[in-house]
Design a protein around this ligand. Sequence first.
Ligand code: PMP
Length: 460
Amino acid sequence: MIPEETTREWQQQDAQHHLHPFSDSGALAEEGSRIITRAHGVHVWDSEGRQYLDAFAGLWCVNLGYGRQELVDAATRQMQELPYYNLFFKTSNPPVVALSKALAEIAPPHINHTFFTGSGSESNDTVLRMVRRYWDLKGQPSRKTIIGRENGYHGSTVAGASLGGMKPMHEQGDLPIPGIEHICQPYWYGEGGDMTPAEFGLHAAKALEEKILEVGAKNVAAFIAEPIQGAGGIIIPPDTYWPEIQRIVKQYDLLLIVDEVICGFGRTGEWFGSDYFGLEPDFMPIAKGLSSGYLPIGGVMVSDRVADVFKAEGKDFFHGFTYSGHPVCAAVALENLRILREERIVEKVKHETAPYLQEKWQSLSDHPLVGEARGVGMLAAIELVKNKKTRTRYFSEDSSEGTGKVGTICRDEALKIGLILRATGDTMLVSPPLVIEKDEIDELVRLTRKALDATLVHLS
Ligand code: PMP
C-alpha cells in the first residue's frame, strides 16, 4: 500500500518539474496527475490502489498486455551481453539481424528490409528523407511533395506533425513545413453528408487525384496514410476507398507510405493493416506494437523496389540515430514477435476475440447517445450524438462548450468506474491489448455502457 502522502508528494513534484506531452501542464499542475504505479495483463493500478481496465493498451501499444516475464528476461540477457552498440561504421548486432529477418518473414512478400528508429515519429521523419532521396536517385528530383490527409496522425516531430493533418498541431510551430499537402479524410460518419459510404469513399479517394493534378504529377513524391486513422478517431475508410487510392497511386507512379504504427502487429487481426486492406506499400513506418511498448523502438519497412535503389547507389545515406536498432530494444521486439507467432495471437484475434469484441461493441448502438458503433479487429469506436438521424452533436464546434465536451465527460466517467477509454472529440475509442479475453471484453463493454449512462445524466 502506497501512503497517501507519497501520492501527494509525487503529484507536487510532477507539477513543479514535469511538462507533460499533449497536456495543459498548468491546469494539470492544479489538478494533480494520476500516478500509475503498476500493471498486469489488461489492468493498470494507480498510486491510490485503484484498478483500471486499460482498454487503450497504454497508447495503442501494449499488444501482449502487461507483465510478460519473457520480455523482461530478454532485456536482462541483452543488457548483460551487449547493452549498447551502434549500427553506424559498418557494424550490426545479433538482435538487430534476427529482428530484421523476422520482420521480413511476417511482412508482405515484397517488403524485406527495415531501417530502425526509436519511435513512430522518427520513422516518419525517416520516411520523408528516404522518399526524397529515392526520387533524387531515380533522376526525378522535382518529385518532392508528399500528400497526407487532414486529421491524419504521423507523429509529433517536425516532419511527423507536418505529414499529419492535425490543425491544432500545425498552429503551434508554423507547420506544415513546405512540400507537404493535405487532402480530406475518408470519414463518412463526420463528413459524408448525404452520400452513401461507397460514394463518399470514392469521393475522398478522388481528392488525391485532384491534388496530384493541382501540384503537378512530376512534383509529387508520395502519398502517406494510416490504413485506419487511429488518433483521428478510428476512422475506417469505406470499402471503395483504398482500391481507388491504389489505382491513383499506380497511375501517377507515386510511392505509397502506409503508416502501420497502430495497425501493425495484429491490431486488425492481420499482421499489418496493409494485409487487411490488400495494400502494396513502398514504406511501412512501424513502432508501438513492435515491442508491445516495453521498450522504445520503431522502424521503416522498405519495399524491394526502394531498397534496391538505395543499395545500388554506391554512396552513404546520411541519416540515422544513436539508438537506431538499440540491441536491448531489438531483443525485446524479437521476443515480442516470437510470442505473437508461437502463441498464434494474431490468429486468435482474427478468429475469436476480435469478432467477439465487435459483436458486443455493436450492442452499444441502442444507447441513446450512440450514433454509430464501428470497429475492425481490436479497434473500436462509438460516436456520441444528440440526434442519431441527423448525426448532430450536442455542442457545435463554435459553441462555448465545443465538440469534445461530451467525449471528455464520458472519458472522465469511465475513469471513475475503472475503465480507460480515449476520447477524440465526441468519439470514444478503444484499442485493448490483443490478449484480452472474452470475460474481460464483457467487462469492457459493460463499463462503457455504464459510462455512457452517467454521461447522459450530465446532459439531461
Ligand atoms: N503514426 C501513427 C499512426 C501513430 O498513431 C503515432 C503515435 N500515436 C505515431 C505515428 C507516432 O509515434 P510515436 O508517438 O512513437 O512517435
